[in-house]
Design a protein around this ligand. Structure first.
Ligand SMILES: Cc1cc2nc3c(=O)[nH]c(=O)nc-3n(C[C@H](O)[C@H](O)[C@H](O)COP(=O)(O)O)c2cc1C
Length: 206
């Protein structure tokens, strides 16, 4: 049994970013269960996407948005999407926001109906590794989490698990404790995904 994993990272610190390292750890865990997992890496900070602008809108209308088409195809092909999401200045990295701009496309990843918008990318799991210098989880100051839920839900990605590594800049003890808790949450989240995936496969086989 193999699966397709889309590994999206957006830390400006590349592979040493905490969110990137947690994505790597998630992949390690996935590979213990799916040794043949097909991993597609998208490092949005290393290979920055061009801003979404009027030319991009025109290219989409003319069927010439090759880069956005590739990004959407990667997303459609994924059984599991890993999102490494650092908090920079209370929001998501602008590189990640740009990826969102490219993959949100009417008629392809969502559509408008008489009853409102419908997301077209269902049946995919998303695991978010959120890294933060301070502590925001479950407080009104965490504007990242509802934003991510809204955006992903809009394109149909409603099965989203958040793993938080918070308090990373609040001293060594806080950082160590947070990293070790995040890693154990990665382990349990992957274990749950493996069960869920096996169940879905069994149901499909019937
Ligand atoms: C430019 C910049 C802005 C940041 N802004 C915030 C912030 O608004 N809130 C916060 O809690 N931490 C903030 N931090 C700390 C980061 O969230 C923390 O370093 C985290 O590890 C970043 O994830 P990464 O290591 O995956 O890049 C900021 C860090 C940088 C470099």
């Amino acid at each position: 049994m193999s699966i397709n994993v889309l590994n999206i990272t957006s830390s400006i610190f590349g592979e040493s970013g905490v969110s990137s390292q947690l994505n790597d750890y998630t992949i390690e865990q996935i590979k213990t269960q799916f040794p043949d997992a097909n991993i597609v890496n998208r490092d949005l900070a290393k290979d920055e996407l061009p801003h979404f602008n009027a030319q991009t809108v025109a290219a989409v209308s003319n069927n010439e948005a090759d880069l956005a088409d590739t990004l959407i195809d990667e997303l459609k092909a994924a059984d599991l999407v890993l999102l490494g999401v650092p908090m920079y200045n209370f929001g998501v990295p602008s590189q990640l926001k740009t990826w969102f701009d490219h993959v949100a496309r009417a008629g392809t990843t969502f559509k408008y109906t008489e009853n409102g918008p419908i997301g077209l990318l269902q049946n995919r799991k998303v695991i978010i590794n959120a890294s933060r210098g301070g502590i925001y989880k479950d407080s009104g100051a965490d504007t990242q989490t509802p934003y991510l839920q809204n955006f992903l839900g809009f394109i149909g990605l409603k099965d989203v698990d958040f793993i938080y590594a918070e308090g990373l800049n609040l001293g060594e003890d806080s950082r160590e404790q947070s990293l070790s808790q995040a890693k154990s949450e990665v382990e349990s989240t992957v274990a749950q995904f493996v069960k869920q995936h096996a169940k879905a496969e069994a149901e499909e086989a019937i």
